[in-house]
Ligand binder design. Structure first.
Ligand code: IMP
Ligand code: MG
Length: 181
């Protein structure tokens, strides 16, 4: 357990078992097809890397990086694209891979944006779902774990850029929040 962890929410074993399960589901749902996994930088990188290896299909990877506008406009759900996809997704079977769905604003925006580019299909796979925080409805087709409304870090998720490399997902000790300012 990381010294800054108050409590481990999901162990490395739980996460890895779930990622393999999601990979098997996607493999059977998309049998005979080719998929494009679109990872949302940076939080989804670790999940995407493991998920891709758990999917037994012809597959390609692409990435987007987005940032929310300031707080006042956040409720509008407008997010800014910092880095767009490298390749066209027209006619492709696309799965957006995200670390966590919180308010849903990011994924709602991304889904609308990518749907406008005429993919053959478009689904969302998120490792974590904080349902209690949802502001806009968004259909998450593949969910790893529903989690309570707590701020979590590890396995790609950060606080102030840290803890992404931890293999488990945990809740920080209150003291740890002060260390990064
Ligand atoms: P939303 O669904 O648009 O509110 O935003 C989801 C994004 O907020 C995720 O991609 C994360 O970057 C970030 N986020 C939300 N909850 C957490 C958390 O508990 N830990 C770390 N990042 C979080
Ligand atoms: Mg993120």
């Amino acid at each position: 357990m990381h010294p800054d962890a108050a409590r481990v929410l999901l162990s490395e074993e739980q996460i890895q078992a779930k990622v393999r399960e999601l990979g098997r589901r996607i493999t059977s749902d998309y049998a005979g097809k080719e998929v494009v996994l679109v990872g949302i930088l940076k939080g989804a990188v670790l999940f995407l890397a493991d998920l891709a290896r758990a999917i037994d299909l012809p597959l390609s990877l692409d990435f987007m990086s987005v940032s929310s506008y300031g707080h006042s406009t956040k409720s509008s759900g407008i997010v800014r694209i910092i880095k767009d996809l490298d390749e066209s997704i027209e006619g492709k079977h696309v799965i957006i891979v995200e670390d966590i769905v919180d308010t849903g604003l990011t994924l709602n925006y991304l889904k609308e944006t990518l749907a406008g580019r005429d993919p053959a299909s478009l689904k969302i796979c998120a490792l974590l779902d904080k349902e209690a925080r949802r502001k806009v409805a968004v259909t998450v087709d593949y969910v790893g774990f529903a989690i309570p409304d707590e701020f979590v870090v590890g396995y790609g998720l950060d606080f102030a850029g840290k803890y992404r490399n931890c293999p488990e997902i945990f809740i920080l000790k209150p003291e740890a929040y002060g260390q990064h300012s």
